[in-house]
Design a protein around this ligand. Structure first.
Ligand SMILES: [Zn+2]
Length: 158
C-alpha cells in the first residue's frame, strides 16, 4: 500500500508545502495540523471550487484522517490544489487512486496510467481494459476467437 498515492498522502503533501504541519503523529505517522490551519486550508479549497458555505475544518480533518471519503467536489478541489503545489508530481494532476487489475510483472503498484480504457468489442463480454497496443479490440484471445466464430456463423445465414 505504501507505494499508492492516496488522498491522505496528497493532503499531507499540501500541508507540508504550505508549512502548516506541527510535527508528526507518532501513532499514524502523518503530519499534525492545527485546527486553525485546517480551517484555513478548508476555506482555500472551498474558494477553489466555489463551495458555499465553505467546508468545515472538521470535514477536511475527517478526510485527512481517512474516516470519511471526500465528496466529488472536495476531491476535485484537493487535486486542483495539489497539482499547483511543489512536491506533487504533475503526472498526478487529476489522478485518483482506484482499483485496477494488472499482472504485477507488467504494472508496478502505484503506477500512473496514462492510457484510456475501452470496452471489449465482443458483445456480452463487459470487460474494460487499457490496451497494450492502440489497435487492440478484445480483452483476450478467447474473446477475439469467439467474436470471429460468431461472425462466421452469422455470415453463413446470408
Ligand atoms: Zn472480452
Amino acid at each position: 500500500m505504501s507505494e499508492l498515492i492516496n488522498i491522505q498522502q496528497f493532503l499531507s503533501t499540501i500541508f507540508e508545502a504550505k508549512g502548516r504541519t506541527e510535527g508528526v503523529d507518532p501513532k499514524t505517522g502523518r503530519f499534525l495540523v492545527s485546527r486553525k490551519d485546517m480551517a484555513l486550508t478548508a476555506q482555500e479549497l472551498s474558494r477553489l471550487v466555489g463551495k458555499q458555505p465553505p467546508w468545515s475544518p472538521r470535514a477536511l480533518q475527517s478526510v485527512y484522517a481517512g474516516t470519511n471519503e471526500p465528496g466529488k467536489k472536495m476531491l476535485a478541489a484537493i487535486l486542483a490544489m495539489g497539482a499547483a503545489m511543489d512536491g506533487v508530481s504533475p503526472a498526478l494532476a487529476n489522478k485518483v487512486e482506484m482499483r485496477l487489475y494488472a499482472n504485477p510483472a507488467n504494472v508496478r503498484a502505484g503506477a500512473v496510467v496514462l492510457g484510456e480504457s475501452r470496452a471489449c468489442l465482443r458483445p456480452g463480454c463487459g470487460v474494460s481494459f487499457v490496451p497494450n497496443v492502440p489497435w487492440r479490440k478484445f480483452c483476450s484471445e478467447e474473446c477475439r476467437a469467439q467474436f470471429a466464430r460468431d461472425a462466421a456463423l452469422n455470415g453463413t445465414g446470408d
